[in-house]
Design a binder for this molecule. Structure first.
Ligand code: HEM
Length: 177
């Protein structure tokens, strides 16, 4: 396999599309909280459909990642920093798949059918009426949503440290051009 200094174009585009979608979805849930019920329902409809899209794209990204080694970190990277980055990236995958899945199964347990941007009804998991499962996933979804928020902040702080303190231009590895 050829050793590259940057991520592949597929990995780069999936990274940025998923990043924008996740931030939008956190915004849709967080910023619409005080709106009237019906209006919020419309935004949460988009939240659910976008969440399912994120799940599909994240599974695609994980499969791509399993077949394509990421570029190695600069050999000046301290061991603890490499281990920290690896842990954060692993946690991202856990949340990118677990968070939307928890929302989807939670809605299936109600059952609360929802459409994919008005195009078709999204199939539900066969767990209708399982209230205890729904309650657990409800709490899990909120907890995972908060964890995702803090993970994004941590990731951004790390990127800013590389860009402005270390000045090693590490972002180039994940930049589309
Ligand atoms: C990566 C995708 C997703 C992200 C980042 C995300 C994030 C969030 C966040 C941050 C909250 C607010 C939690 C709180 O109140 O503390 C939330 C609430 C919620 N999410 Fe998601 N979510 C995603 C996917 C989904 C999916 C796929 C569904 C359902 C199919 C879903 C259904 C809901 C519902 C029903 C609420 C609660 C709204 C309420 O308070 O009434 N989410 N989500």
């Amino acid at each position: 396999m050829v050793e590259r200094s940057r991520y592949s174009q597929v990995a780069i585009w999936l990274h940025w599309i998923i990043a924008i979608a996740v931030i939008t979805n956190i915004g849709l849930a967080g910023l619409t909280e005080d709106l009237p019920r019906e209006v919020r329902g419309v935004y949460m409809g988009y939240h659910k459909a976008l969440g399912v899209t994120i799940l599909v794209l994240s599974v695609a990204r994980l499969l791509w990642r399993l077949g394509h080694k990421p570029p190695p970190l600069p050999n000046t990277t301290p061991v603890w920093q490499a281990a920290f980055a690896k842990t954060i990236h692993f946690l991202f995958y856990v949340l990118l798949i677990g968070l939307p899945l928890s929302g989807w199964i939670w809605m299936s347990s109600a059952p609360a059918p929802f459409s994919y941007f008005g195009l078709f009804e999204v199939p539900l998991f066969p767990v209708a009426g399982q209230k205890a499962l729904g309650d657990a996933l409800h709490s899990g979804h909120e907890l995972a949503g908060t964890a995702m928020f803090f993970l994004i902040i941590l990731h951004l702080l790390a990127a800013a440290k590389h860009q402005f303190i270390d000045k090693d231009n590490l972002i180039r590895r994940m930049w589309p051009a």
